[in-house]
Design a protein around this ligand. Structure first.
Ligand SMILES: Clc1ccc(CN2CCN(c3c(Br)cnc4[nH]c(-c5ccc(CN6CCOCC6)cc5)nc34)CC2)cc1
Length: 295
């Protein structure tokens, strides 16, 4: 039945569907174009049956509810959604240069300008989320996309919640990005995102996450102890290493004199406020305005 409301109800017929951009557990993402406006989008198509079977409907509802209200140059925009009898469609912004983790895989690690630019963009996106009382909780390379000018776009709010929360993530993805308070099943605040920013900085600069271990239990232990070690990599300059300066909780002597964990601090309340990332000497020296996206 046609709805009298002003906001147009999209249907699949409003779109020309292009190539598949990627396939996931619950559905696929396609390049698509809205017929009337010729506007190019990414159409995420989810199978209702799969969502019901995995009991993630509530999570998808939250993802849509949260992402629909966020509007920031470094956050992938959700334009709207609609559904038919067996599928749910999310009309998302198309990130023209694809997934950041694929770049990280092929370059093994990023230089300082690229790393600092992405970290600053992400800090701005997270600052915006936190000001709307939203914690993303799933910051990792797989959830970062790149726009036409290479600017970072934070995507996939499937695990986001309104702060504070003790809602646990039942599905286990990588543990590398879990913060100590989440590993210890404590109430967590938006500071879990600050922690992930620290883990991501490390992974961009050194090519792998800081607490990697052969098995889950060892990873948990290293995170909980903030057992932070730094490869003695020559490409990472002293300034970069000072980026997250503060008292590192790693056992004295273990901590490289340059780099320490201002973000990777066990006590969530002591982590670097996101607003301070902009003022860090390393960030200011290396972040490239061209890579920051519309500020
Ligand atoms: Cl249900 C589901 C299915 C798949 C996925 C994994 N991806 C999540 C992100 N997806 C994209 C979204 Br959302 C928004 N914009 C995008 N833009 C692209 C994209 C854009 C361009 C390319 C092509 N490459 C670009 C880099 O150079 C080599 C060629 C590849 C992917 N993927 C997405 C693609 C799929 C997540 C959930």
């Amino acid at each position: 039945n046609s709805t009298a409301s002003t906001s147009r109800r999209w249907t699949l017929d409003d779109f020309e569907i292009g190539k598949a951009l990627g396939k996931g557990k619950f559905g696929n993402v396609y390049l698509a174009r809205e017929r009337q406006s010729k506007f190019v989008v990414a159409l995420k198509v989810l199978f209702k049956s799969q969502l019901q079977d995995s009991n993630v409907e509530q999570q998808i509802r939250r993802e849509i509810e949260i992402q629909a209200h966020l509007c920031h140059p470094n956050i992938l925009q959700l334009y709207g959604y609609f559904y038919d009898k067996d599928k749910l469609y999310m009309v998302l912004e198309y990130a023209a240069r694809g997934e950041l983790y694929k770049e990280l895989v092929c370059c093994t690690h990023f230089g300082e300008s690229r790393s600092a630019s992405y970290i600053l963009s992400l800090a701005r996106a997270l600052q915006y989320c936190h000001s709307h009382n939203v914690i993303h909780r799933d910051i990792k390379p797989e959830n970062l996309l790149l726009g036409l000018d290479g600017e970072l776009k934070l995507a996939d709010f499937g695990w986001s919640v309104h702060a504070p929360s003790n809602r646990r993530r039942t599905m286990c993805g990588t543990l590398d990005y879990l913060s100590p308070e989440m590993v210890e099943h404590k109430i967590h605040t938006s500071a879990v995102d600050n922690w992930c920013l620290g883990v991501l900085t490390y992974e961009f600069l050194f090519g792998g996450p800081p607490f990697e271990a052969p098995d889950h239990y060892d990873t948990y232990k290293r995170i909980s102890k903030v057992d932070l070690r730094f490869p003695d990599s020559p490409e990472v300059s002293p300034e970069a290493k000072a980026f997250i300066r503060k008292v590192c909780e790693a056992p004295a002597g273990r901590c490289d004199p340059y780099i320490s964990a201002l973000l990777l601090i066990k006590d969530a309340s002591q982590r670097l406020p996101l607003t301070e990332v902009e003022n860090d000497p390393w960030i200011r020296a290396h972040a490239d305005p061209k890579l920051l996206g519309g500020q």
